[in-house]
Design a protein around this ligand. Structure first.
Ligand code: SF4
Length: 327
């Protein structure tokens, strides 16, 4: 039966968000899945999943506003640098702003009560609703039977009895639904967001601490080994060919360095002021540490914009000395 009302669906590409969309579609609602991309959670995987499910995914970039929230999230962080409550609140809020454009009446998500420690407790769900400023327009089809009624329920656009009462961390019911809907391939829950990764979060905190917290520096965090040399300077070294390529694509006004005669990793120096010769030598000695073909010393070439027209002979750093610089 075709329903009169339609909704935007917050879509992450994870199983719960797929189920929420399919469940409401099968009830007859027009459902428009939307993915909010940030520097920490790109749209590629969600787009792939949406395509395989036959969903027409809307993608909106929230990078700028997301960075400002990340500097001081009202509800704090999860285990790592993931501000899940503020993040959900922002996404609902942004979805609320788009309702008129997409001509929808309410918003849904695949949140399941009590499933995640931080963002899906009842009080956290309320906080998300409050932050979003559209609390009364939210429906969580997978758990809506267990949570307070909102406008779409009170107005009869959505029938409470048709909603589900899934709660907790046990995913048996979602697996059963997936089977029933013929979904065999889906990402694991919580995957895809770099802010839940401990190593990435450590590097991000370093950027914040040293006032290098901007989109470009964040892009660099996704590749290579990172070293803090001083408050104004850091070094990034590719781990393999792929990472060297990625770094070379990202580099613009940074100093790039490489061993002259012996093939090895690429090093990128990110610094507020032009690095001193001492800083170049320090970077070079770390770079040589990650070149297994260099025995004790080698000539390192360096320069801006891949014009490696300077060179200096440097000793390879000892393993015991490198730890102090690793982020
Ligand atoms: S895991 Fe990442 S994307 Fe998901 S709610 Fe938390 S911060 Fe947002």
């Amino acid at each position: 039966m075709k329903r009169k009302h339609s909704c935007l669906a917050l879509f992450s590409g994870g199983l719960d968000s797929i189920l929420a969309v399919l469940f409401m579609q099968k009830l007859g609602y027009r459902v428009l899945p939307i993915f909010f991309s940030t520097p920490f959670f790109g749209a590629e995987k969600a787009q792939e999943t949406a395509l395989s499910m036959g969903f027409d995914l809307i993608i909106h970039d929230l990078s700028d506003i997301y960075l400002s929230i990340l500097e001081n999230p009202r509800y704090g962080f999860g285990k790592n640098m993931n501000p899940c409550i503020d993040c959900h609140g922002l996404m609902f809020h942004e979805a609320g702003k788009l309702m008129e454009e997409y001509k929808v009446d309410f918003i849904i998500s695949g949140e399941v009560l009590g499933q995640r420690p931080m963002s899906q407790r009842k009080d956290a769900m309320n906080a998300v609703g409050k932050l979003s400023e559209i609390k009364d327009l939210l429906v969580r089809p997978l758990s809506q039977k267990l949570i307070s009624d909102t406008l779409p329920i009170r107005n009869g656009w959505v029938i409470k009895n048709e909603m589900l009462d899934i709660q907790g961390r046990n995913r048996t019911r979602q697996m059963e639904m997936a089977k029933e809907y013929g979904i065999t391939d889906y990402p694991s829950p919580g995957g895809g967001c770099l802010l839940t990764d401990a190593g990435f979060s450590r590097k991000l905190k370093d950027l914040m601490m040293y006032n290098m917290f901007d989109k470009r520096s964040i892009e660099f965090l996704k590749t290579g080994r990172h070293f803090r040399l001083d408050k104004n300077i850091k070094l990034i070294i590719g781990r393999n060919k792929n990472e060297n390529n990625n770094l070379s694509l990202l580099a613009e006004n940074e100093i790039v360095m490489q061993t002259k005669e012996i093939p090895g990793p690429l090093g990128i120096i990110q610094s507020v002021n032009a690095p001193t010769l001492e800083e170049i030598k320090l970077s070079g000695s770390i770079l040589l540490r990650y070149n297994s073909r260099v025995e004790n010393s080698s000539v390192v070439q360096y320069g801006m914009n891949f014009k490696l027209n300077n060179e200096v002979e440097i000793d390879k750093m000892l393993v015991k000395d490198i730890k102090q610089y690793q982020i």
